[in-house]
Ligand binder design. Sequence first.
Ligand SMILES: [Zn+2]
Length: 168
Amino acid sequence: MSEKVKYFPGKEIRPEALDDGELLVTHFNADLKYSWASGVAVGRFLTELKNGRLIARKCNKCERILIPPRMFCEDCFRDTDEWVYVKDTGTINTYSVAHVGTDAHRLTEPLFVAVVNIDGASELMGFLHLLGEVAEKDIKIGMKVQAVWKPANERVGSILDIKYFRPI
Ligand SMILES: [Zn+2]
């Protein structure tokens, strides 16, 4: 309620109202199907993750190496030219300490989330991932890190084929 709203004409729903038959309840299992294409660049990126490698795209005009890879250079306004493998090491560009999970529950152990600039790619090219094997007090911007990969037989072609990045 507020100064202007003094009365709601509705009726509060009590949990018992469901059992008492006061409310009409219906159940419906939706048969939801969807498909989503990752596209040429991210498709190759994901395939290479399954192989335990990071791949980027190079634009031969501006000579930038883009990761995650893109088929189009937004600076030159033209198609990118070639695939380039880059290292699985990098530098922490920025990071955050998360005490709340993606479903808004409080985490008992915080997650460390960082943007990692990938070695071999152009400046400021990288992606968001988790940090591991590091204490919160030891995380520094500019820290060198390396990907910790899942075992080959557990990789599925996902960014989570990298478990996290750890300091080196
Ligand atoms: Zn370019």
